[in-house]
Structure formats: C-alpha cells, structure tokens
Design a protein around this ligand. Structure first.
Ligand code: 5GP
Length: 242
C-alpha cells in the first residue's frame, strides 16, 4: 500500500490518494473530538477499533445488498476504499428519541420512534451542522430530489440490517449517522464510517452506553472500554486483529 498525497485531513481520519486513481487510503487516527471539534483527546488504539468495527459493518451491509466504499483493511487502522465525491449531508436515523431531538422538540427521552425518523444535517462545522429539509438541500445545490429519495431509502435499509445485526450482539441501535458519496459512474455508495463515534449504542440488558456519548458527557475514562466491548461482541475471534 502506497500512500501518496494527503487529500483530506478530517477531525479523526486522514484520506490519502492511492497509486490506483479509483481508490483512496483512509487512516483512522486515535483522535476523539466533540462539540464540532472544540474538545479533542487522543485515545489509545481508538482508530484501529473504529476501522475494524466499521469494516465489519460495511461487509455485513454489502452482504445485504447495500453498496459501500469498503475494499480492504490492510492494517488495523487503515482502510482501502473506493474514491467517492462525498455529499455534504449527514443522514441520521433515529429509532429511539434522545440527544438533539429531545433538546429541540417536545418528545420524551427514550420514546420508541416507529417508523424511525430520518433527518438530514448539513455537514459544516462552521454552521454547526444545521438540520436541512428537501427545499434547503435543493437551494444549496447539494442533492436533487431523486438523490434525497435514494439517501432516505438507503439509510432506512442500513437501519434495518444494522438493527438486526447488533441485536444479535446484545446491542440496541438507538440512532446513527451515515454519509454517502458518488463513485466515478455517479452511483451513490455508503462512505465514511459506521462506528461508535457516530452511533448511539446501548447494551440490551443494562441500557449502558457503548459509544461516543460517554466522551460527550465527559466520561473519558470509560470510552475505550465501551468501544472494545462493541468490538468484542461483533468481531468473531478469528477476525480479531488487535
Ligand atoms: P444528535 O443529533 O442526537 O446529536 O445525534 C444523532 C446521531 O447522529 C448520534 O448517533 C450521533 O452520534 C450522530 N451524529 C450526529 N452528528 C454527528 C457528527 O457530526 N459526527 C458524528 N461522529 N456523529 C454525529
């Protein structure tokens, strides 16, 4: 694997060009951030745990007919992926009301949402990821109505597959954020990552948090144990590389 130039340095991942023009190399760093990057800490091996968890989830989604950018995981924290032109929309699916939803709307914390809520936020730290609607998305010129419908359909399918997969591991998928991009033929694929950084995951028995919400709440010392718990539950022993 031959890293070329850095093409994007995000808050927790660095994306490099590959010698293959259709591919990129994504390095998952050990950084953890909250509050649009205002708070930042380094967590030992966090990048590797997230890359492995994300790769596993992307493979499960592929097996269920959802195309992703995943190609390979040559090192525990390095993913080879199809090059995508990312759409700056965070597609959020909510099965249980919590987080920003209950801060903004009169909905009880913990209420089951059936059907799930699909929400789209504009991915822009400067504007603090404001919530979008179809008209705003079109006014910003970031997606057409047809593309919005594809994003919604794909996010709901991901929710279905992931909810069932995590249920088998004793985990409730409360809500999550996904990002999509277009490949060189214009196909919309799932990109970025699905990891405890961008999901709310609760233990099915105890309802304990197993995700980045612990960090957001200042419980820094508990975060890595939670990520390792998710890793241990969803990665079979013969696939464990750390
Ligand atoms: P909320 O809007 O309630 O804060 O977040 C809803 C879900 O989307 C949570 O699972 C949260 O982790 C995820 N999410 C929303 N915005 C972001 C973001 O900017 N970065 C990450 N990593 N996850 C996000």
């Amino acid at each position: 694997m031959d890293k070329k130039e850095l093409i994007n340095c995000g808050k927790v991942k660095s994306v490099y060009n590959s010698t293959n023009d259709d591919e990129v190399i994504i390095e998952f760093r050990d950084d953890m951030t909250a509050g649009d990057g205002e708070r930042k800490e380094v967590m030992n091996n966090k990048g590797a745990y997230n890359a492995i968890i994300s790769s596993k989830i992307f493979k499960v989604l592929e097996e269920n007919g959802i195309e992703t950018q995943f190609i390979d995981l040559p090192e525990p924290n390095v993913m080879i992926a199809k090059k995508l032109e990312m759409i700056p929309i965070e597609v959020i699916v909510r099965n249980i009301a919590t987080g920003s939803l209950i801060r903004k709307y009169p909905i009880a914390d913990g209420k089951r949402l059936n059907p799930p809520i699909v929400q789209m936020d504009y991915k822009d730290d400067e504007y603090h990821d404001p919530m979008l609607n179809d008209s705003i998305i079109k006014a910003l010129g970031i997606a057409t109505q047809e593309e919005i419908d594809i994003l919604t359909e794909k996010a709901l399918k991901i929710n279905e597959v992931l909810t069932a997969f995590l249920k088998d591991a004793g985990i409730i998928l409360v809500d999550f954020k996904v990002e999509f991009g277009k490949d060189k033929d214009g196909n919309i694929l799932l990109g970025d990552e699905i990891s405890p950084d961008g999901c709310r995951l609760w233990d099915s028995q105890t309802l304990d948090m197993l995700d980045k919400e612990l960090f957001r709440k200042g419980k820094d010392s508990e975060v890595m144990d939670a990520y390792i718990e998710v890793y241990n539950r969803i990665i079979p022993d013969d696939e464990k590389v750390i």
